[in-house]
Design a protein. Structure first.
Lengths: 170, 405, 105
């Protein structure tokens, strides 16, 4: 791996992603956990930039940092009296073992080509642009059905969330 | 930035540096140059704002330090730097210190996509308009974090208000932003400006501009939406515990954000650097952009110093019951009209380089649609206002209680 | 250019972190955050595979488009999930999943 802007970016974003992830699962204070989650997801957005998917990176930041982070912080504060529970973990050791085993299995899957050829290390030079994605999303041979379903899902989720969280006494 | 970058890059490679590293370093220099522009402007902006506010309020404003008070900001800067840097004992030390940085960075980052002239820009992202929205959401989070980390009930209350305000007004802001993006057929800021060579987008979709103007005023937390800092109610809102340069960062971020919005509106709706002789002289193009942005900026100052503050429920009601439906209706109508015009071949497929005459049919159609929508909206608002007045005259006390709930 | 396996390794690590958090954290909000980590690990994989496959040049945008849909689902999931957590908290004064077991026989 030679030294250039992309590899430096990769190292930085890896620190963000994994550091933030460790912060999420270890922090005692949930508000800080939210911030760690944002650091991690920012790193993921950085990967998207490196992988020539800038649209996804912008949407990632917009959706996660602009919306979900705010939502989670509100939830943390609304349930504040119990967010400082003494014990952070239940069944700490089994889940630690299980997740570590899973990690090893995944690494094995990456290193050993079970399902065929070893993956290429060189990406194609030209990439589909955001314009292509936009065209594909509304193309009848593309993703127009999932696109419409997604909008129905979002509407349903919005109505459902309002209905569930509504305070009947007020 | 491109020229500087390639030039510097070549220089470094020639003197024996590794190509990858040279590329990285020259990128870094370019970033510093582009972010330097807003950092220097903010010093001037604070002086302008104080001077304008003073004139509107029949005062003189800063006039002691330097000629016509020009050095006042530097004096303030020194004062802020010399102040004791207080971190409350119960505060969350890390988050408390990071929040002002993120807040300021979120504004400076917007300048990366601002094209100063047709040839000088930080970076021309194909998702430029979306980048602006994404980066702006950092500011919201920073305010939330600042309010929470201060461990102060006024700060938290202020943060709650701000975040609900910012999140709500982001909806019409993004919808309004869609209008120029649809007209230009691109999210790149460079393409959006170039597409306005025939006609400025403010003529094609004036309603989108009005919505964008109002919601960006709300996003910066300026009057009539200044309950973020509502001095008389919340002491100082989310930044109550901050002192010294950390407060200065929030302060500078707010001032810069207002001007940045002015520049963005100039780019999105007023043709950016378009003006006589812009292509021949980059300096003139830069001046056109600055002048347009500056005029919009001055109108926001005028607004700020003229109108009173609204209540939080009034602001929310105005957003969800008026601005959001209006912006959705605007988007639907503009997109339908644009599609119809394209089918009838009344609008050039490629707006870039289109002439004034090419754009006339589209302009007239869109203007009529926008006008009809505006008249319809004004009719509704007028009826609502008359109803409210009648109720207030019939039973003043009951009305006051009902609206206060 | 960074080789593909590095992206996959980071995604695997992130996914395992998410699994660990979802299994072990007591607080339902923390569990939800861990689920977000897992979703993002999957997103890294989807985009990386899309980028390194030959199809990234033509209109076969499966990985790209799928990631966009995952983001949409994540937003919907967070909204509904947090609404449920707040409702449970309001009724039972608890955000620990194990304690919301009123239907348990």
């Amino acid at each position: 791996m030679e030294l250039n802007a992309i590899s430096i970016g990769f190292v930085v974003f890896t620190i963000f992603t994994l550091g933030g992830g460790v912060g999420v699962v270890t922090t005692r204070n949930l508000f800080q956990g939210t911030i760690w989650l944002m650091v991690s997801l920012f790193g993921v957005a950085g990967y998207f930039v490196l992988l020539s998917a800038p649209f996804l990176a912008a949407v990632q930041i917009l959706v996660y940092i602009g919306a979900i982070a705010i939502l989670i912080t509100f939830a943390v504060m609304l349930t504040r009296s119990v967010t400082r529970v003494k014990a952070r973990y239940i069944r700490l050791v089994p889940s630690l073992l299980a997740s570590f085993a899973l990690f090893l299995i995944l690494l094995l899957g990456i290193a050993v080509p079970v399902f065929g050829e070893i993956s290429p290390d060189i990406a194609p030079v030209t990439v589909a642009s955001t314009r292509d994605l936009g065209a594909a999303l509304v193309d009848e041979n593309g993703y127009v059905v999932p696109f419409l379903l997604a909008s129905v899902l979002l509407t349903g989720a919005m109505i459902g969330a309002i209905f569930i969280a509504r305070d009947d006494t007020a | 930035m491109d020229e500087i970058c390639t030039g510097l890059c070549r220089l470094m490679v020639d003197s024996g540096a590794e190509p990858g590293l040279a590329q990285f370093v020259s990128l870094l220099v370019g970033v510093l140059l582009v972010s330097g522009v807003p950092l220097l402007t903010v010093i001037l902006l604070i002086w302008i704002e104080r001077k304008v506010a003073a004139r509107i309020q029949d005062r003189i404003g800063p006039n002691r330090v330097g000629p016509i008070g020009l050095m006042q900001t530097f004096a303030d800067l020194l004062k802020l730097l010399g102040k004791e840097d207080i971190t409350p004992t119960a505060a969350d030390r890390l988050l408390y210190n990071v929040a002002p940085l993120v807040s300021f960075a979120s504004v400076v980052l917007i300048w990366a996509i601002v094209p100063f002239t047709p040839f000088h820009y930080g970076v021309d992202l194909e998702i430029g308009a979306l980048f602006f929205v994404a980066v702006a959401s950092f500011g919201t989070l920073a305010i939330m974090v600042a309010g929470w980390a201060s461990n102060n009930k006024y700060a938290l209350l202020g943060a709650f208000r701000v975040v609900s305000l910012l999140v709500s007004y982001e909806v019409p802001l993004v919808f309004a932003l869609l209008a120029p993006v649809m007209l230009a057929g691109s999210m790149s800021m460079l393409d959006i400006v170039n597409a306005q060579s025939g006609m400025w987008f403010v003529v094609l979709s004036p309603l989108a501009f009005v919505i964008f103007y109002i919601s960006s005023q709300a996003e910066t937390g300026r009057a009539p939406f200044d309950l973020i800092e509502a001095e008389s109610e919340l002491v100082a809102g989310f930044n109550i515990e901050y002192s010294g340069m950390k407060f200065g960062m929030f302060f500078a971020a707010e001032f810069l954000h207002v001007f940045t919005n002015g520049i963005l509106m100039a780019l999105l709706f007023f043709g950016g650097w378009m003006g006589p002789l812009y292509y021949e002289s980059p300096l003139l193009a830069f001046a056109w952009l600055g002048a347009k942005g500056g005029i919009i900026y001055l109108t926001t100052l005028w607004l700020r110093n003229t109108v009173p503050r609204l209540r939080i429920d009034q602001i929310m009601a105005f957003n969800w019951k008026c601005l959001v439906p209006l912006s959705i209706a605007n988007i639907v109508l503009v997109s339908l009209a644009l599609k119809a015009l394209q089918e009838l071949n009344l609008v050039p497929r490629q707006l870039i380089g289109a002439s004034f005459v090419d754009m006339l049919p589209a302009t007239i159609t869109l203007l009529v649609i926008n006008g009809a929508l505006a008249i319809y909206l004004l009719g509704i608002l007028r009826r609502r206002g008359q109803e409210a007045r009648r109720e207030a005259q019939a039973a003043p006390m009951q009305f006051a209680r009902a609206t206060a709930d | 250019m960074v080789p593909l396996w590095m992206y996959l390794a980071v995604a695997a690590a992130l996914f395992s972190l998410g699994v660990f958090g979802a299994l072990s954290r007591r607080n339902a909000v923390a569990v939800l955050m861990s689920v977000e980590l897992m979703l993002n690990a999957v997103n890294i994989n989807l985009v990386a595979f899309w980028r390194y496959s030959e199809t990234s040049t033509d209109l076969l945008l499966n990985g790209y488009a799928f990631t966009a849909f995952v983001l949409i689902v994540a937003a919907a999931e967070a909204a509904v999930g947090l609404a449920i957590i707040i409702t449970v908290y309001r009724n039972r004064r608890s955000v620990i999943p194990e304690e919301a077991a009123a239907l348990k026989g």
